[in-house]
Design a protein around this ligand. Structure first.
Ligand SMILES: [Ca+2]
Ligand SMILES: [Ca+2]
Length: 362
């Protein structure tokens, strides 16, 4: 699990690449721009169910172009047409209130609340021989610590200067043992691993969205756009999601109204009624992560590769994360682009990572 710290460092590399790429994403490829057609994967016309589960919206069957050419990130390439059946999706990220109901009903303990173990290491890999360092051998999770200036960034540590393992940080203590959920029950739950999110979904009778479902839903029926709300980051000067403004990682000015997480639904929904699909917190998807999956992904209802493979950390089992978070800025991560892919080891959460669920129609 402590490899999450290494994963956090990849944000830095990714951020630099994205900075280079940022000029390219400003004008999406109009050749990809088209509405999803409204036919199910089996070819039958999709009918919107009259009434669905509470807090969920119907995402109609259709097809779309997944991925983009407008990127320097090879894992978003090649763009390819995908057809999906319709499904229900949570309108919001799962909130602390909802997660508390699950914990109250089941007594579930998240992994951040338990003694650390390596649960996401591939047997026989080089990582299999790693030992948990003493300073990490206590329950906790990953937080970004505030810096007073960029002078506090240690060049030898890089992103480790602000991403740190905090003992006692968990979903009930988002910034560590002195913090609480007071006033934050309608904020998205954080510090949940993929395994925790999957446990919640099973209890709720739901599933994590596949990566294809997530991107299709985020695009709201438009294949070529950069963001869930269109092609401009701030149309008419308005912020449409909770991300980072100001000098990263020193000062989040909260120009969009929020530093840190926001109550779900604080920003307008996309065409299909989804809020915070980009920004606020990263969202776990069902799929294992492989950077080249798009080159051989099936065209109908893809559910991800059979196993994970991240060349940067081949011994670690990783799942896909989508949508960026309140920590993403145009200086650094731009993970709030609808095509942007991220990965995280499946046994680790962080203070900017949550999830939402789906119910499949079949
Ligand atoms: Ca913000
Ligand atoms: Ca989100």
């Amino acid at each position: 699990m402590k490899n999450t710290i290494l994963s956090a460092a990849t944000f830095l590399v990714a951020g630099l690449l994205l900075l280079i790429a940022a000029w390219r994403v400003a004008s999406p490829d109009s050749s990809q721009r088209q509405s999803a057609d409204q036919a199910s994967a089996s070819g039958e016309t999709d009918r919107t169910p009259e009434k669905g589960p509470e807090g969920m919206v119907w995402i109609p069957a259709g097809s779309f172009v997944m991925g983009t050419e407008q990127t320097m990130f090879p894992d978003e390439f090649p763009p390819h047409r995908i057809r999906l059946d319709g499904f229900w999706m949570d309108r919001t990220e799962v909130t602390n209130r909802q997660f508390a109901e699950f914990v109250e009903a089941t007594g579930y303990l998240t992994l951040a609340e338990k003694p650390p173990e390596f649960r996401s290491v591939k047997p026989g890999s080089a990582a299999d021989s790693l030992a948990i360092l003493p300073e990490f051998d206590t329950p906790g999770s990953i937080c970004s610590l505030p810096l007073e200036s960029r002078a506090q960034i240690d060049p030898r540590k890089g992103a480790y200067s602000w991403w740190q393992y905090v003992a006692g940080a968990d979903w009930k203590h988002p910034e560590g043992p002195e913090s609480s959920l007071e006033g934050r029950m309608d904020h998205p739950v954080v510090h949940v691993s993929w395994l925790d999110a999957a446990a919640y979904c099973e209890w709720a009778g739901k599933e994590l969205p596949t990566e294809a479902q997530w991107e299709y839903a985020a695009r709201g029926g438009e294949s070529g756009r950069s963001y869930p709300w269109g092609d401009q980051l701030t149309p008419r000067g308005e912020w449409r999601g909770n991300i980072w403004q100001g000098e990263f990682p020193v000062q989040d000015t909260g120009e969009d109204g929020f530093s840190g997480t926001a109550p779900v639904g604080s920003f307008p929904a996309n065409e299909w009624g989804l809020v915070d699909i980009s920004g606020n917190v990263w969202e776990w998807c069902h799929d294992y992560y492989q950077p080249d999956y798009y080159s051989y992904s099936p065209a109908v209802n893809p559910r991800g590769p059979e196993s994970s493979h991240d060349p940067q950390e081949p011994g670690i089992i990783k799942r896909v994360q989508r949508g960026g978070s309140f920590m993403c800025s145009d200086q650094y991560c731009v993970g709030y682009r609808v095509s942007a892919r991220m990965k995280g080891e499946e046994d680790s959460g962080a203070f900017h990572t949550g999830f939402r669920c789906v119910i499949n129609s079949q």
